[in-house]
Design a protein. Structure first.
Length: 128
DNA sequence: ATTCTAACA
DNA sequence: TGTTAGGA
């Protein structure tokens, strides 16, 4: 359930193909990029290379424009979506394990209560 | 033949 | 946004 997204992310289309796929002029496609609405890759010769996801985004941009949303508005929409996606990712990218929680709580107790030593004098703070 | 950047009779 | 000049 991963190779699909990877393929859609592969930048293999030159601007000429994207023009035909989206019915947009090269001028418009480059302008939207300048506005931060799409970020195609560049090949060795500085040529823009688009992925299928880029094409979908371009098509989406065209729809927003038809619905009267200006470039700045579309930009704001994508910026907020990116922020929301980043937040969701940060929350699950490295979820705290039980061991992490125990270690954190133990450090806190030691810090305020001085429970760092046991009767036999050995330090039993062993993170699980 | 294609695409790129910069600029505007 | 269109178009064109001058390069790569």
């Amino acid at each position: 359930m991963k190779g699909k997204e990877l393929r859609r992310s592969l930048a293999v289309l030159p601007i000429g193909t994207v023009m035909k796929l989206t019915s947009l002029t090269a001028r418009q496609i480059r302008y939207y990029e300048a506005q931060g609405l799409v970020t195609p890759q560049r090949n060795d010769g500085n040529r823009r290379m688009y992925s299928l996801n880029d094409v979908d985004r371009l098509l989406e941009i065209k729809d927003y424009l038809d619905d009267g949303v200006n470039v700045a508005g579309i930009k704001a929409i994508y910026d907020q979506q990116a922020k929301a996606a980043a937040a969701r990712k940060a929350a699950q990218e490295r979820p705290l394990t039980d061991a992490d929680v125990r270690r954190i709580l133990q450090d806190e107790f030691i810090r305020q209560g001085g429970l760092g030593h046991t009767p036999n004098g050995l330090d039993q703070r062993r993170p699980l």
